[in-house]
Design a binder for this molecule. Structure first.
Ligand code: GSH
Length: 214
């Protein structure tokens, strides 16, 4: 059985747990990091020298970095459903995974940390507003793409929907002005129909409000 580590409140951990549900994989999950601690334990560092979650161990194959884990699991267990063996087809997912990691996620994290995880009295509104504007641009770009197809790689849900999709719940939950993006909203509604999304991504996060540490 696959073993996985990481606090369930962590955005990057949620991506992995959601995919494992999509693939109906059995797994044994241990909460680690944040208030659970354990990131500096020798056993954990031996698996991931960076001391970050998520990490998985699939019958001796240890993988860290959330998108490396997504690709490993999808390629091993999801060919024909969330993964394609055809590099051209798979690239339709891959580009959105990499875009989410390099663009959307940092932009949204600036909003999330700057606004939600910073106590009111310490908020830097010019920083938040600037990050907000970047997020709105990102979501508008997604909106144009999703105007012609229900999922990021085409007609079917794939692993490519997971990274950007994970950002939607917290983004649309924040009491801030949001981008007017009907096609992204429709995609968000489609994702909410998926049990793995509801179970692992749509989790209350109010305990993080004003909390400046992991
Ligand atoms: N790029 C890495 C980032 C890993 C990362 O920064 N993980 C955070 C949680 S999202 C972490 O371990 N933080 C320390 C903690 O939770 O205590 C990935 O995608 O896996």
């Amino acid at each position: 059985m696959i073993k996985s580590w990481g606090r369930r409140s962590a955005f990057n951990v949620q991506k992995v747990l959601w995919l494992m549900d999509e693939l109906t994989l059995g797994y044994d999950h241990t909460e680690l990091g944040g208030d659970f601690g354990g990131l500096d334990d020798a056993d954990f560092r031996a698996m991931n020298p960076h001391g970050k979650v998520p990490v998985i161990n699939d019958d001796g194959v240890v993988v860290w970095e959330s998108h490396a884990i997504l690709r490993y699991l999808a390629a091993r267990y999801g060919e024909g459903s969330v993964w394609s063996a055809d590099p051209a087809v798979q690239s339709l997912s891959d580009r959105w995974m990499d875009w989410a990691l390099s663009r959307l996620q940092p932009d949204f994290m600036d909003v999330f940390w700057g606004f939600y995880r910073t106590p009111d009295s310490k908020r830097n509104w010019s920083f938040i507003n600037e990050a907000q504007a970047r997020c709105i641009d990102d979501f508008r770009l997604l909106d144009v793409h999703l105007a012609n197809q229900p999922f990021l790689a085409g007609d079917q849900f794939t692993v490519g929907d997971i990274p950007a999709g994970t950002a939607l719940f917290r983004y649309f939950s924040l009491e801030l002005e949001h981008a007017d993006v009907p096609h992204v909203q429709a995609w968000y509604a489609r994702l909410q129909e998926r049990p793995g999304y509801r179970a692992h991504v749509m989790l209350p996060f109010d305990d993080m409000k004003g909390k400046e540490t992991f």
